[in-house]
Design a protein around this ligand. Structure first.
Ligand code: NAD
Length: 486
């Protein structure tokens, strides 16, 4: 396989087999816990590789689209079983490449990925159309047909869940797919090819490639890709949409960034609010698009809440063991040196823009670790308050008035998620209804599940993934007119 460690796959998976990438130079992946090289030989998809992958997906499309629904379901269910069986492989590769605690993949990510496959396996025979009564002698039938060859570009943080979010609905709806993992965490994505082989998918239905921005833009501008599903930052999402429009107007869905607000009212259960707000910013070491990174707390309870947040965040330092494979390690480092430098610079500049209460240090003096940082009272235009940091940095502001806090919560380009903490359910529902985001959680935060729509308003995205809305994004309505008088 030509990697520094020979027991994982570093090649591309195209047309049902692993092949050498023709792109150069190869990608090097570093272990963010200590900076050691995991592999210096991750293959990069070149123009030719991308064309090969798209051609394979195109050739496979008619056969897959016309495969009986329940035969599709059987294969999708098989993949779900294999993900569960081989969760340890994915956990290991994610831990090596992105520093995710091993347990996180075993306990949460692999089961969630399997759920996504099972959910969409059940959808293959439920893509119902419509028919309208004959009118003027014509019967009209609207079918939900597959779009064709889809491509997906993934962010570094989603691992096997993000692969499932794209592959499962695309295939359940009858499409074929080329999927590019992030160059920062490519190994688990490439390992997925083994499962595709073992499950027995027809060659070309699922193709897995990797590479950086150049490979991504080859997909976005490709003339024979019919839809692109992108997950990543707002800036890159806009480039993908532009490239899609400038090439063949391929369909686009975008899952982009966030700066999600949580509003804590004075009648909230403080234990519940603290627990969720802490989990909402330390989960995946803050590298979550739905991270609860802006908290608004009512002035009457601010002091108490901030004390509790500090205590709870300080408590999480004990979960940041140096060994991400250890059972007790629940929080890992940031994904790589560049991201660590970026988050650290937000922490430094934040000290001039707000008051730091705790955190923002490297607990191990090596690698890309950073302790959860709590800032309070930011200036209104503070960078840490306005921009997505994508690390464990939470900013707490106080409020006094419901209408004012809703306005402040909505004063952002993002609209991915949000939360309201209150024991007055009428208030909670009223406020949730006024937060402009794809999801709002009540007395919880950062929720995300396989069977409900996920995605953003405003610049947090276009379209939705997961649930029924997710699979609809992989179909096109097609109308048949039948002349009943003939
Ligand atoms: P990123 O935008 O830097 O990269 C995402 C992907 O785009 C990578 O695979 C990268 O190789 C590719 N890419 C880079 N330049 C490209 C170009 N010009 N054309 C095509 N592809 C290109 O994001 P990241 O650092 O991997 O991930 C973090 C970002 O992703 C955050 O903003 C986060 O909020 C967002 N995210 C969103 C969701 C969601 O579902 N809404 C989920 C996870 C992450």
């Amino acid at each position: 396989m030509g990697s520094t460690t020979a027991d994982f796959e570093t090649r591309l998976f195209i047309d049902g087999k692993y092949v050498q990438g023709k792109g150069s130079p190869k990608v090097t992946c570093y272990n963010p816990t200590d900076g050691s090289v995991v592999s210096d030989n991750v293959h990069v998809a070149s123009v030719q590789d991308v064309d090969d992958a798209v051609a394979a997906a195109r050739a496979a499309f008619p056969g897959w689209a016309s495969t009986a629904p329940l035969a599709k379901s059987k294969l999708l269910n098989k993949i779900a079983d294999l993900i569960e069986e081989q969760a340890g492989l994915f956990a290991r590769l994610e831990s090596l490449c992105s520093g995710k605690p091993y347990k996180q993949t075993i306990v949460y990510e692999a089961p969630m990925a399997a759920n996504i496959f099972r959910y969409y396996a059940g959808y293959t025979d439920k893509l119902e159309g419509e028919s309208l009564p004959p009118d003027n002698g014509f019967l009209r039938i609207i079918q939900k047909v597959p779009i064709g060859v889809c491509a997906a570009i993934n962010a570094f943080n989603g691992g096997i869940i993000m692969v499932s979010m794209k592959v499962a609905p695309a295939l359940a709806a009858g499409n074929t797919i080329v999927i590019k993992g992030s160059e920062k965490s490519p190994l688990a994505v490439l390992a997925f090819g083994k499962l595709v082989e073992q499950a027995g998918f027809p060659p070309g239905t699922i193709n897995l490639i990797t590479g950086g921005p150049e490979t991504g833009s080859l997909l976005a501008s490709h003339m024979d890709i019919d839809k692109i599903a992108f997950t990543g930052s707002v800036g890159v999402g806009k480039k993908v949409a532009q490239a899609a429009a400038a090439s063949n107007l391929k369909r686009v869905t975008l899952e982009l960034g966030g700066k999600s607000p949580s509003i804590v009212f004075p009648d909230a259960n403080l234990d519940v609010a603290t627990q969720w707000c802490v989990q909402g910013i330390v989960g995946n070491s803050g590298q979550a698009c739905i991270a609860s990174s802006r908290v608004y707390v009512h002035r009457d309870i601010k002091e108490k809440f901030v004390d509790r947040m500090k205590q709870a965040l300080d408590g999480t330092k004990g979960l940041m063991g140096k060994d991400v494979f250890a059972e007790s390690t629940q929080l890992g480092p940031l994904v790589d040196r560049a991201h660590y430098e970026r988050v650290s610079s937000f922490v430094e500049s934040g000290k001039q823009e707000a008051t730091i209460v705790t955190g923002g240090e490297n607990p191990h003096g090596q690698g890309c670790w950073i302790t959860p940082a709590l800032f309070i009272d930011p200036k209104p235009d503070a960078k840490i308050y306005k921009e997505e940091i994508f690390g464990p940095v939470v900013v707490v502001s106080e409020f006094t008035d419901e209408a004012e806090v809703i306005k402040r919560a909505n004063a952002t380009e993002f609209g991915l998620s949000g939360a309201v903490f209150s024991q007055d359910i009428n208030r909670a529902i009223r406020v949730a209804g006024q937060i402009h985001s794809g999801a709002v959680c009540i007395n919880c935060c950062t929720m995300f599940d396989h069977n409900v729509a996920f995605g953003g308003m405003k610049q947090s995205g276009w379209g939705r993934e997961l649930g029924k809305h997710g699979i609809m994004g992989y179909t096109e309505p097609k109308t048949l007119y039948v002349n009943m008088t003939y």
